[in-house]
Design a protein around this ligand. Structure first.
Ligand SMILES: [Zn+2]
Ligand SMILES: [Zn+2]
Ligand SMILES: [Zn+2]
Length: 289
């Protein structure tokens, strides 16, 4: 498994920003502080989110998307989806076909708003969209239902997060395979009760979770997490038997507001949650689940 992009939407450092943190990152000389937009490869067959940087970071990290069978989209904010990645697929000399998993509202939005891809569809655009119809099989999914694809059992749950399209709510995904469980929990704020209840008792082997704001204070109804809200999530997960002493925890989706460079951030997570807790960085490979 590899983290293809661990930054929030603004990127880290944020190119148009001159805040103290972005300046510190530029001067740090540590690649782990430089974060592209969201993307995660479960294995050579399965991807989660394909942000605008993932086709490029694939090259940097020696990753191929050639065997991709499933792309799971949490939501269609522009740091998690880029039309350019689908164009990379179309321009490939022998394009592959893949399944695209997304929420029902995102599917509706994509269908209705072809105009978001080009303001004024040209003949070429119409030809290209025919390509997508032939090579992408869309699977609009519902939260708290369970789907099977190849050897993965997938249960989408509601995140506390919006999306690009009208009525779109972000999804997080619970993956199960060979008796192991992995929850991909970003983007999200504090979960709603129905999501906590769905996950209750499902002990995780791996948790990848939002911590966009780090040390920056946040209201409790935020659509992202900081360390304090992350702590409330983890405490609840521990109470519900979702996080155990064996769960590996990786915080990701880091923003320039977080206040801590990589080492300091990771030390904070380890002081709170022990040696199983880490801060992800772009290109970090972790044990397959
Ligand atoms: Zn995001
Ligand atoms: Zn900044
Ligand atoms: Zn988002």
């Amino acid at each position: 498994m590899i983290f293809m992009g661990t930054g929030a939407a603004q990127l880290v450092p944020s190119p148009f920003c001159d805040c103290a943190y972005c300046r510190k990152v530029r001067a740090s000389g540590d690649r782990r502080n430089i974060r592209g937009r969201a993307g995660f490869q479960i294995d050579e067959y399965n991807l989660i989110d394909l942000g605008p940087d993932t086709s490029y970071t694939a090259g940097l990290f020696g990753v191929s998307f050639r065997k991709t069978r499933n792309a799971f989209y949490t939501h269609f904010h522009t740091d998690h989806f880029s039309y350019a990645n689908w164009e990379n697929l179309r321009m490939c000399s022998e394009p592959i076909s893949m399944n695209v998993w997304l929420s029902e509202a995102a599917y509706e939005g994509l269908n209705q708003a072809n105009g978001f891809l080009t303001a004024c569809p040209s003949e070429e655009f119409i030809k290209n969209s025919r390509f997508f119809q032939e090579h992408l099989t869309f699977h609009p999914v519902r939260a708290y239902e369970t789907y099977q694809t190849d050897d993965l059992t997938v249960s989408p749950v509601w995140a506390t997060h919006g999306g690009q399209f009208p009525g779109e709510t972000g999804l997080n995904y619970l993956f199960e395979r060979n008796g192991k469980r992995f929850l991909f929990a970003c983007d999200t704020g504090l979960y709603r009760e129905s999501t906590f209840e769905f996950l209750s008792g499902k002990a995780l082997d791996l948790l990848v979770i939002d911590c966009t704001f780090g040390n920056e204070p946040l209201p409790e109804n935020s659509s992202h997490l900081n360390c304090e809200l992350l702590d409330r999530m983890i405490r609840r997960f521990v109470r519900d038997g979702v996080v155990t002493s064996d769960t590996e925890i990786y915080a990701t989706h880091i923003g320039h507001q977080c206040g801590m460079l990589h080492d300091e951030f990771e030390q904070k997570l380890q002081s709170l949650y022990g040696r199983n807790a880490h801060l992800a960085y772009d290109g970090l490979k972790i044990r397959d689940f």
